[in-house]
Design a protein around this ligand. Structure first.
Ligand code: ADE
Length: 236
């Protein structure tokens, strides 16, 4: 059995999967945190692995960048591989001064200008939502781990390089978006139409307020707190 984009056999992918955007980050996280690791995908180098964390089976796979990419992988994982929970673990640019570099944000909704949900199933609104159950579990675990996280609406954008960046202030005022990434609106939509669960945790890698950007190396390390939170939540 395989899909156009995933070569795994049924049963090789865990019920819960963590998805960073970058497949090499997926590989690094697997090597750092998981035991009993088995690779299940290398189609288009979108590396995916299943292993165990504290004895519980979990998978980690790259999602690629942008809504078309995560839209394809999450749809195939949910609909063909019986995956129940996808937690995106990504990076984001901060829109507000309270959300600083290295902070962790849990999305409670995703606003987007994207036509993804409308084209996919006729969904007309600009906001999609994560699983309340997954979010509650993540929040509870963050308290147990003494990890301060922000919970807010996020902006899922189709555009990384914009002419000017003033548009973001409107999204802060109108929708309370605290930061921008490029995937969650589509992920949340797929979960909803397929009756599955999704959540999104983000580490702030750059700021629209201060124009600071963290280095690729620091980005790797800064993923640690978010990663531990996602892994610990997934063993509940
Ligand atoms: N991911 C990290 N930083 C981002 C930004 N500035 N825009 C969109 N996605 C991002």
């Amino acid at each position: 059995m395989s899909t156009p984009h995933i070569q795994a056999e049924i049963g090789e992918i865990a019920k819960t999967i963590l998805m960073p955007g970058d497949p090499l980050r997926a590989k690094h996280l697997v090597e750092t945190y998981l035991e009993n690791v088995k690779p299940f995908n290398s189609v288009r180098n979108m590396l995916g692995y299943t292993g165990t964390f504290k004895g519980k089976e979990i998978s980690i796979m790259g999602s690629g960048m942008g809504m078309p990419s995560i839209g394809i992988y999450s749809y195939e994982l949910y609909s063909q591989y019986n995956v129940n929970n996808i937690i995106r673990i990504g990076s984001a640019g901060s829109y507000v001064k309270e959300v600083k570099l290295y902070d962790v944000v849990l999305a409670d909704s995703a606003y987007s200008e994207s036509t993804y949900a409308m084209v996919q199933s006729g969904y007309q609104k600009n906001i999609t939502f994560p699983s309340e159950e997954l979010n509650a579990a993540i929040l509870k675990k963050s308290q147990e781990l003494n990890l301060n996280i922000h919970t807010s609406c996020i902006h899922s954008s189709d555009v990384f390089y914009m002419e000017g960046d003033n548009n973001y202030k409107e999204l802060v005022d109108k929708y309370n978006c605290s930061c921008v990434e490029m995937e969650s609106f589509a992920l949340f939509h797929n979960a909803r139409v397929l009756g599955k669960k999704a959540a999104c945790l983000l580490t702030i890698s750059d700021s629209f307020i201060t124009h600071e950007v963290i280095s690729a190396e620091a980005r790797q390390k800064s993923f640690d707190a978010m990663m531990k939170l996602a892994l610990e939540t997934s063993i509940e």
